[in-house]
Write a protein that binds this ligand. Structure first.
Ligand code: SAM
Length: 216
C-alpha cells in the first residue's frame, strides 16, 4: 500500500480544486491531504482516486466525492477529542478524514462485506476508528451522547433516534430527501428537545436503508 510522490502531487491538485469550490477550512484541507484516498479504492478504479467524484466500491455502494466529504466535515466544525458518530462507514475514507482532525470516530455500516473489508483496511492503516456492523438509523445507544453525528447516506427524514443521541449544543449533518436527490440539513441541538436547522444545498447519496430509513 504505497503513497507515492505522484499520489501526493495529485492530492495537492485536488486540494486546489476543493479550495476553488469554496472549501476554505485549512484544517479540513490538511486532513484531506493526509489521507491517501487511492488506498480506499477498488483496484480497477484506483487511477481515478484524485478526481473530485464519487466512485463505486463493494456491494454497489460508493466512496463519497471529496468535495462532499470536505463540505460535511467543514460544516460540523470538528474539534480534536470530539466524539463523532458516522452512519455509513462505506470505504472508511470519510471516517479517516474525521480521525485525522483528532476526533474519536465511531462508525456503523450495515453491509457485512464492506464492514469487514473496511475494518481490516483501517486497522492496516493504523487509523483508529471504532467500526460497528448494524443498522445505523438506530444510532449507538451504548456510546451516547455524541458531539457530532454525520450521516453519509440519503435519509427520508432527519432521524429522531439519532438526534436524541446528540449532546445539547451538538450538531448533526444529514442528506434528507428522496432516493435520488437530497438537501444537506445541518441540525443543532439547542436544548434537550429543541433544534435549529439549516439547509446547505442539494447533494446526491445512495439511500440510507434501515428501521428509520428506507425499507430497501
Ligand atoms: N462514508 C463513506 C465513505 O467515506 O466511503 C461513504 C458511504 S456510502 C455513500 C453510504 C454507506 O452507507 C454505504 O456503505 C451503505 O451500505 C451504508 N448504509 C446505508 N444504510 C445504512 C444504515 N442504516 N446503517 C449503516 N450503514 C448504512
Amino acid at each position: 500500500m504505497k503513497d507515492t510522490f505522484k499520489h501526493r502531487g495529485l492530492r495537492r491538485q485536488l486540494l486546489l480544486e476543493l479550495k476553488e469550490k469554496g472549501i476554505d477550512d485549512q484544517k479540513v484541507l490538511e486532513a484531506i491531504n493526509q489521507v491517501p484516498r487511492h488506498l480506499f479504492f477498488l483496484k480497477n478504479f484506483e487511477q481515478f482516486a484524485y478526481e473530485d467524484k464519487a466512485y463505486p466500491i463493494e456491494s454497489g455502494q460508493t466512496i463519497s466525492q471529496p468535495y462532499t466529504v470536505a463540505f460535511q466535515t467543514m460544516s460540523l466544525e470538528i474539534k480534536p477529542g470530539e466524539k463523532i458518530l458516522e452512519i455509513g462507514t462505506g470505504s472508511g475514507y470519510q471516517g479517516a478524514v474525521l480521525s485525522k482532525l483528532g476526533a474519536e470516530v465511531h462508525s456503523i455500516e450495515r453491509d457485512e462485506k464492506l464492514f469487514h473489508r473496511t475494518a481490516q483496511l483501517l486497522s492496516e492503516l493504523a487509523i483508529p476508528i471504532k467500526c460497528y456492523l448494524g443498522d445505523g438509523t438506530k444510532g449507538l445507544p451504548s456510546q451516547t451522547p455524541f458531539d457530532k453525528i454525520i450521516v453519509t447516506a440519503g435519509a427520508p427524514d432527519l432521524t429522531d433516534a439519532l438526534m436524541q443521541q446528540l449532546r445539547v449544543g451538538g450538531k448533526m449533518i444529514s442528506p434528507v430527501g428522496d432516493k435520488n436527490v437530497q438537501k444537506m440539513i445541518l441540525a443543532k441541538k439547542t436544548s434537550s428537545n429543541n433544534y435549529s436547522y439549516q439547509d446547505l444545498g442539494t447533494f446526491k447519496f445512495v439511500p440510507l436503508i434501515g428501521e428509520h430509513g428506507w425499507k430497501n
